[in-house]
Design a protein around this ligand. Structure first.
Ligand SMILES: Cc1cc2nc3c(=O)[nH]c(=O)nc-3n(C[C@H](O)[C@H](O)[C@H](O)COP(=O)(O)O)c2cc1C
Length: 358
């Protein structure tokens, strides 16, 4: 289906013009994970400057699940990391700047720039990381709890995240993992009982054969066609719902966490958009590193966004910063299908000079 085409991005070799190159880098950016697969981004490409401005599309900052925009900004950080990983894979030198505050499209929140701006480039790449980006997907299945993650992998990811100025706690002891799974259950079952939260989720929860480019098909939660459409209907209801069915999400998240040999909690010194961008970059780096080692990850944002659950987590972990990203990692029993994507044309635009659309 067309909404999965972005995953077939080719790896370029040889002569490529600057505009094509920047569009190509955006093609890697859009494969990044995002909250509810909202893809809350816009990319403004300025070929004459070798710039890609990443913007936060305010229409997709969801008022119920993402009140402060934290999840969306973390998602932009993930997209930036993919652009950076692609640039590195093609041996391009680059830099990027975070803009102050949380500006919305058309203003950029991050500006990425090629250091060496030319009309064309001769590309050759290390294909490994590019192939990892193409293969990555969130895996919400249960993991093999009897198979620990080798300490060398944990150490590498820990070093990577700490080098970005963030605090990382890797939880591998069962009592703490159980406690976290209960905090998560509390957070998820609380929000899913709110009509407005459910209705918002229903817009981004898709039936399996949906042609939408944005949103999460039931199959990415391991659901068959019938179950996916009945859940979508239930989520969209305004009146009373079946609480047992609704608690299903919370239960499967809890089981997912309990099955995981490790839970990663990334905390930032400050709860600001700048930190959220860095957390997003760190998470995506970790997710790609996991993928390249045959490991899977799943994010649980409820525990970050529901204040009480977040405080309980913080008290339990006794960390310094505010937990900003929680994900679990392990060896999955099954692979998961990709989620759809909007195309580069739908989220990107070429700008001749500052402000002038082509
Ligand atoms: C900031 C952020 C928060 C997320 N929160 C959740 C979550 O709470 N529960 C969940 O099941 N998936 C969560 N995800 C995973 C996304 O739903 C997933 O990335 C998206 O559907 C696209 O799928 P893909 O990563 O397989 O390409 C989150 C991802 C990001 C980047």
């Amino acid at each position: 289906m067309k909404n999965y085409d972005p995953w077939n991005i080719p790896i370029l070799e040889g002569d490529v013009g600057v505009e094509e190159l920047l569009e190509h880098l955006v093609g890697w950016g859009i494969l990044a994970p995002s909250t509810h697969n909202t893809q809350p981004w816009k990319f403004r490409i300025i070929p004459s400057k070798g710039v890609i401005d990443l913007c936060l599309d305010g229409r997709f900052v969801l008022p119920e699940s993402d009140k402060r925009g934290r999840q969306s900004v973390v998602s932009i950080g993930c997209a930036l990391q993919n652009v950076v990983s692609a640039a590195e894979s093609y041996h391009l030198s680059y830099s990027f700047d975070f803009l102050p505050g949380m500006p919305l499209y058309p203003a950029p929140i991050v500006s990425f720039r090629l250091e060496d701006v030319r009309e064309s480039y001769v590309l050759h790449s290390d294909r490994e990381l590019l192939n990892v980006m193409k293969a990555r997907s969130m895996n919400r299945n249960e993991y093999d709890s009897t198979k620990p993650i080798p300490s060398a992998i944990i150490d590498r990811i820990t070093g990577m995240i700490q080098d970005m100025g963030l605090e990382l706690q890797v939880i591998t002891d069962m009592p703490t993992i159980l406690a976290i799974s209960d905090f998560q259950y509390m957070a998820d079952s609380t929000v899913v009982m709110r009509t407005r939260f459910r209705n918002e989720l229903s817009k981004f929860f898709l039936v399996n054969n949906s042609l939408e480019g944005r949103g999460m098909p039931g199959m990415t939660f391991g659901l068959d066609d019938m179950t996916a459409s009945s859940i979508k209907q239930e989520l969209g209801k305004v009146g009373p719902v079946n609480p047992g069915k609704m608690a299903g999400f919370a239960r499967s998240s809890r089981n997912g966490i309990r099955s995981s040999p490790a839970v990663f909690v990334v905390s930032a010194p400050e709860d600001t958009p700048r930190s959220w961008l860095t957390v997003g970059m760190a998470f995506e780096k970790a997710a790609l590193s996991a993928q390249s080692n045959g490991l899977s990850v799943a994010v649980h944002a409820g525990i970050i966004e529901v204040g009480l659950a977040n405080q309980m987590l913080r008290l339990r972990l006794k960390g310094k910063g505010r937990p900003t990203m929680l994900f679990r990692m392990g060896y999955a029993k099954e692979t998961m299908p990709h989620a759809p994507r909007l195309s580069v044309n739908e989220v990107g635009e070429i700008i001749a000079e500052e402000g002038e659309l082509l």
